[in-house]
Design a protein around this ligand. Structure first.
Ligand code: BTN
Length: 267
């Protein structure tokens, strides 16, 4: 008699067919470019977008050898994690909302698949128990007030063994570390794709996702240090504006509007 033994490691295999099977979206994730290893999904997505790839095309990899983070940093991207880029072609007025969209999509999907309760650190770091579990990078090309393409890059520490990376242990976590068990990447990816399409269609129809994003931020009301360019700014993160900027109340009482930067919570 022949028994079929399912190998646990095979259950987490990614492929275009597995990702698109029963995927409940109209266009996001309906075309999948999957590579076991590549430099950066952002790089491949950019080449595809320039060649006219359909909106919603995704690039997924098991491992990135030159993963990119915000502010020209490198992003650690070994096997077991999610490295995903999505090509979109939004109207220019919706471009600032993509940061909010991406971070909400990730918090919603992690909550749905794992029951963990992620929070956000401005602008779009996803935290669990105060440590970073996901980073988001948005790159876009705009020509003559028209968005040629926008790419949302999402990197989630899913089954990352933190013991293997002591250098990030103080600041980062992974889903498997929090849950003490492996997490299936496939269902998380499918969930992300459904949420991306849902929120993208919502903002395209003029709905606001600003309040949900603002209310998910752990940053507001806290004493922070903001690295903005080469400068370090200190103050209280008072609020955020609808374009996603941070309003920082300085010790001298002035209010600074910060478009991009890196926040460290001081308390
Ligand atoms: C950050 O600095 O927090 C942003 C990290 C973004 C990482 C993701 S992984 C998928 C995509 N490909 C990349 O090279 N970077 C993004």
């Amino acid at each position: 008699m022949l028994y079929l033994v399912r190998m646990p490691e095979l259950e987490d295999t990614l492929s275009p067919a597995l990702i698109t099977e029963d995927l409940k979206t109209r266009f996001v994730g309906q075309r999948v470019i999957y590579r076991p290893t590549l430099t950066s999904t952002m790089e491949v997505a950019r080449q595809e977008a320039k060649r006219g790839a359909a909106e919603g095309t995704i690039v997924v990899a098991d491992e990135q050898t030159a993963g990119r983070g915000r502010l020209q940093r490198a992003w650690l991207s070994p096997r077991g994690n999610i490295a995903l880029s999505v090509i979109l072609r939004p109207e220019i007025k919706h471009l600032p909302s993509l940061t909010m969209l991406a971070s909400l999509v990730v918090t919603r999907s992690i909550a749905a698949v794992t029951a963990l309760k992620p929070r956000l650190k401005w602008p779009n770091d996803v935290l669990i128990n105060g440590k970073k579990v996901c980073g988001i990078l948005i790159e876009s090309s705009v020509r003559a007030d028209r968005v040629d393409y926008a790419i949302i890059g999402i990197g989630i520490n899913v089954n990352l063994r933190l013991e293997d990376y002591p250098e990030i242990l103080p600041i980062a976590t992974s889903l498997s570390h929090e849950l003490k068990k492996e997490v299936p990447r496939l269902s998380l990816i499918q969930n992300l794709l459904v949420e991306i399409e849902k929120l993208y269609l919502a903002i395209s129809e003029g709905q606001s996702i600003f309040e949900e994003w603002r209310d998910s931020l752990v940053t507001l009301g806290k004493r922070v240090r903001v690295k903005s360019g080469d400068a370090f700014l200190y103050g209280i993160a008072e609020s955020v504006t609808t374009d996603g900027s941070l309003l920082l109340r300085r010790p001298d009482g002035t209010l600074d509007k910060i478009l991009a930067g890196d926040v460290t919570l001081q308390d």
